[in-house]
Design a protein around this ligand. Structure first.
Ligand SMILES: [Zn+2]
Length: 380
């Protein structure tokens, strides 16, 4: 399953921690485990390895359920490990009815990391299928228990199914996330990519649902019901992601005053740069600090980057005046001006700052990066 998107699951049991990630299990998994154990002990194992006492099948079935849960956790640990390596915090791993979910805190901030995190789960499933197949081959060569060999062959197949089904390019499945990452890298627009991938996700989910209904009527009822539930679930998940990523063109008519960043209080020009550094530390979003002139009016500005021009050892002695730039150099916008109008005037995609002033005085600073973020949401 895809990391992070399924936030609805709350009722679960904490199992412990692996690689520092809390592992939880939803009650639905216990039900699936019981059904799985019964079908393994009564149907699958006796047909793979006939003429064993039923206690052997039940023992094998319990091992099979454990192996199944390990397969789900292993898949999610694959996502979690790569997420952590890419600086994305993993809140927890939960197992539930349709598999596992690695709950991540936010998305990766570049397409490459997103692709690697999504691909790591299926990759891990392929590795585990290889390990199970290798164990089956060894035990078979050593003339070990047929029940055990059958079980390992079954686990090999389960892991291949897990890997392949998650690779379907249906967002928010892993394959859909990989597709989104590719589209995101090509266009540079994450929301647009999410929109396209989740639309494909809805189409595939609809096809899956139709196929499941066909199976229910003419084929295997059990598989039909299972695929139907999965298809409907996937459709709802893809649709909600699609709606979340929808354009919001009304944002273009919002006043830029809503986007401005506050200006810290003006500083006297003779104060040392060290003082300026302290102000920037106290206001992490501030990009500029106003500087007073000799008559006590705001006449110039200093930027956050300019502090770096003074070596740390000299910051206690060099006055702020030496870094200040004239305030007239920056364009001005009115707080009631719309985002659309400001972008028309100052341009998109290049970096700028504008003073937000309403005629009485400067209220704050408008940064092009904040405007670009709104544009991205308004029209992907
Ligand atoms: Zn996955």
């Amino acid at each position: 399953m895809g990391p992070g998107t399924l936030r609805s699951v709350r009722t679960h049991l904490r199992l412990g921690r692996l690689l520092g990630v809390p592992i939880g299990i939803n009650w639905g998994v216990l039900l699936v485990s019981v059904l799985l154990a019964i079908s393994l002990a009564r149907v699958s194992l006796p047909s793979i390895a006939p003429r064993y006492p039923s206690s052997a099948y039940w023992f094998g079935a319990v091992l099979g359920v454990v192996g199944f849960l390990v397969s789900l956790v292993g898949h999610e640990l694959g996502h979690s490990y790569v997420a952590k390596r890419n600086g994305v915090h993993v809140v927890e791993i939960t197992l539930w009815l349709f598999g596992g979910v690695a709950k991540l805190e936010g998305d990766a901030d570049d397409a490459g990391a997103e692709f690697r995190i999504a691909a790591a789960g299926p990759a891990m499933s392929f590795v585990m299928s290889g390990v199970a197949a290798g164990c089956a081959w060894c035990i078979d060569a050593l003339d070990g228990s047929r029940v055990l060999v059958g079980l390992l062959v079954w686990l090999t197949a389960i892991n291949i199914v897990l890997a392949v089904s998650n690779l379907l390019p249906a967002f928010p499945l892993d394959g859909g996330r990989m597709l989104r990452a590719v589209l995101w890298r090509r266009s540079g627009r994450k929301r647009k990519a999410t929109r396209a991938a989740s639309l494909i996700g809805q189409v595939l989910a609809a096809i899956m649902t139709a196929g499941a209904i066909g199976l229910l009527i003419w084929g295997d009822r059990w598989s039909g019901a299972w695929i139907l539930a999965l298809g409907l679930f996937l459709f709802v998940a893809a649709r909600s992601q699609w709606q979340d990523a929808a354009d919001r063109p009304e944002l273009l008519d919002h006043p830029v005053g809503e986007l401005q960043r506050a200006l810290p209080a003006a500083l006297a020009p003779q104060l040392p740069v060290r003082e300026l550094e302290r102000v920037f530390d106290a206001h992490p979003r501030a990009v500029l600090v106003p500087v007073l002139d000799d008559r006590g009016a705001v006449g110039s500005l200093v930027t956050r980057e300019s502090v770096q021009r003074i070596p740390p050892a000299h910051r206690g002695a060099v006055p702020i005046r030496s870094l200040s730039e004239p305030i007239m150099a920056l364009p001005r916008v009115h707080p009631d001006e719309t985002v659309k109008s400001v972008v028309g005037r100052l341009g998109r995609g290049r970096s700028w700052w504008a003073l937000v002033a309403d005629g009485h005085g400067v209220e704050g600073v408008l940064c092009s990066e904040d405007v670009d973020e709104v544009l991205d949401v308004a029209m992907s």
